[in-house]
Design a protein around this ligand. Structure first.
Ligand SMILES: Nc1ncnc2c1ncn2[C@@H]1O[C@H](COP(=O)(O)OP(=O)(O)OP(=O)(O)O)[C@@H](O)[C@H]1O
Ligand SMILES: [Mg+2]
Length: 153
């Protein structure tokens, strides 16, 4: 079901991402959809910088995965654009990630059926006119309940 849909500037989107980060807990899997340059890394970076005291959050474009220790558990930031077979996920520590980590995944379609169920889906798109992005979030009823506070933002 649709949980949230709004247009945001980059700054607004990063503030929103922090509100979402505050609602996360271990074993959450967040899938980020959107074309090249849609803002997936920017959104995830804002969440990670809220949850971890780090200066820089590099894009995992080439490393494919970056991990961080946070107070709410280990964070796993995957960019699957470059994987050719879904099974390559296992070479990136995927099983360890599934054991209680919080997963942020760019290009989740490249993982085919290997991702855990009950994912939160975030769709980022260029807004039709302004330099903004349309952010649409979908998930099941459990996610909708958990994320209800977001609709105040
Ligand atoms: N909400 C926004 N409004 C306007 N510009 C944005 C917004 N979010 C991100 N941008 C800009 O879009 C550009 C691309 O962002 P980003 O690298 O996060 O995209 P991406 O979806 O991760 O791309 P890729 O698929 O290549 O990994 C950056 O220059 C960033 O500053
Ligand atoms: Mg990216």
């Amino acid at each position: 079901m649709q949980i949230y849909k709004t247009e945001h500037t980059e700054q607004e989107m990063c503030v929103f991402a922090v509100h979402l980060a505050k609602l996360l807990k271990p074993s959450d899997c967040l899938c980020f959809h959107g074309n090249l340059g849609a803002g997936k890394t920017t959104f995830i970076r804002a969440m990670i910088q809220h949850l971890v005291q780090v200066e820089t959050v590099p894009s995992p474009t080439f490393t494919l995965v970056q991990t961080y220790d946070s107070l709410i558990g280990q964070l796993w930031h995957f960019d699957l654009y470059r994987i050719k077979q879904p099974e390559e996920l296992y070479e990136l520590g995927f099983e360890e990630a599934l054991a209680g980590g919080i997963l942020f995944i760019e290009w989740p379609d490249h993982a085919k059926g290997l991702l855990p169920v009950n994912q939160l889906q975030l769709h980022l798109d260029h807004a039709p006119k302004e330099e903004k992005r349309v952010i649409k979030i979908t998930g099941d009823a459990v996610w909708a309940n958990r994320l209800a506070p977001l609709n105040q933002h």
